[in-house]
Write a protein that binds this ligand. Sequence first.
Ligand code: FAD
Length: 538
Amino acid sequence: MRADVVVVGGGPVGLLVAAELAGFGVRTVVFEAEPAVSDRPRATTVHARAVQCLVRRGRLPWLAPLHQKWGREVTRSFRFAGISGLTISAPGTEPEPLLKCPQRDLEREFEAQALAAGARILRGYRVEKLRMEADGVQVTARARDAREDVACTASYVVGADGARGVVRELAGIGSATWPATVSSMMGLVALPDRDRLGPGWHRTPRGWIVATPVSGEDVSLRTLNPDPANARTARASAPTPEELRREVAWIAGHEVALRRPRWLSRFDDFARLARGYRRGRVLLVGDAAHIHFPIGGQGLSTGLLDAIDLSWKLAFTIRGSAAADLLDSYDAERRPAALRVIGNTRGQLLLMRPDPDLAPVRGMLAERLAAEQFSARLGAAISAQDTVVPARTAHPSPWEGRFLPNRRLETRRGPIDVISLLRPGRPLLVLSGPGADAYRRQAAPWARLLRVVHAAALDPLPEALLLRPDGYIGWAAGGSALADALTAYFGPPVGAEASSKTRAPRSADRSTEASTEEIATLGSTCRSSVTTRGIRSA
Ligand SMILES: Cc1cc2nc3c(=O)[nH]c(=O)nc-3n(C[C@H](O)[C@H](O)[C@H](O)COP(=O)(O)OP(=O)(O)OC[C@H]3O[C@@H](n4cnc5c(N)ncnc54)[C@H](O)[C@@H]3O)c2cc1C
């Protein structure tokens, strides 16, 4: 077999990479060890910035009509280190800041999207070998029944094989690690006596129990045992219902009847960050690149953001429409993000220790969380909405690298918003004012790649903006020249002969691709303001 990209691992992150790449017209093969998506409960939360990027890429179609409600900022409450009061907000022009969705449903959705876009998904194949060749990587996978090996040579390999995957080591990518200090158990149970353990977060002198009603009588139980002696000791053995009962009784300080325990698992706070997300033709995403304790529901969101960031850069690179170092910007943008998440999960666990000496610190934090600005800033960090990607031009405008919240543009065909304009996956050049023609001329050598939109006024934004397919501002008027930014992203201008080789990546949404230009006759009806959290619509 030959492919442009082999994705190793068909968890949520690998399947999203496959859906994205195939949507861009990249020949993609996925090897997944398991025969089907598992019903095992794992992540349930997707945070705001991941949701915002996913809707821009058309990956959450059921949310599409909702972001057009143009309401006021939506705020949801969350916890930090088990302390309530954290607020996570999103502009009213965006979807809800917290998407509650079982991980398995997302996996099924991304798998269906990947297949519909033409990706080949080989389930029941475990990758065992990588061989680097002059112009690609040969990947060898063994079938579940061990009767056959399959080999596929690809230009690039994406390791999306999770915490226990093999790609990182086979590619010789080292990692920084942080040892485990706490242990946790998780399971679905029925609690016949809710007076003994009600729903919610329970802190005791011995640890934490979180009981979250799921559906019917089912309750998801998670324990946190801060005794470092327990961390990592029992990992080799599968947890038993009796062990979960004992752990819950010990932390609660009394017996709690647990009925129908199932999907038991254990985990700890061992953390790891790959020392590089790229080695030659091998790239890492999701849990294969970073793991940490699942407090604050950030693991899945971080991985999904990796997938979105990597996929368009890889697609443009494969199709010859990217600057030589664009793919390296994936590591530069995403590895620091994972390091921050590892830091905040370790910090939260420290604060969750039952040590009475920590009570004043927890008290102070609870007070601070009650203050709107502090809570909002922390919420922006947990939801990754404070992310600013590094500028790629020498003299960036202050807008470069920030995320542009959704806003409405009136066009001759009626209103259209930024989310809809980005869906085909083309970089978007938004022009307004008398200088528009000059910017168009500068962008002419890259015209085949871009979608150009004219708007009457972008106030208070600059008169011209280049948006990346993920919604971040790649360039804005007021700094380096537009041509410098286009060169930094998509390579130097090409002559007529060379430009015929520069193909625009195939759109995931071909219905809007035909129209590469929309004329906005009115300015946006949403005013924007610069705040501590970046640019927000008001
Ligand atoms: C108990 C638990 C609770 C969690 N709760 C949350 C939460 O509430 N919120 C949150 O955001 N995150 C949570 N997480 C983390 C979240 O589930 C992960 O971050 C997410 O699954 C990462 O997705 P992934 O695709 O990178 O890796 P995975 O989901 O691990 O997928 C990797 C895939 O690769 C396959 N694979 C592995 N090796 C090979 C191989 N050699 N060949 C072929 N295929 C291979 C595996 O079968 C698997 O399907 C939780 C994790 C656990 C364990």
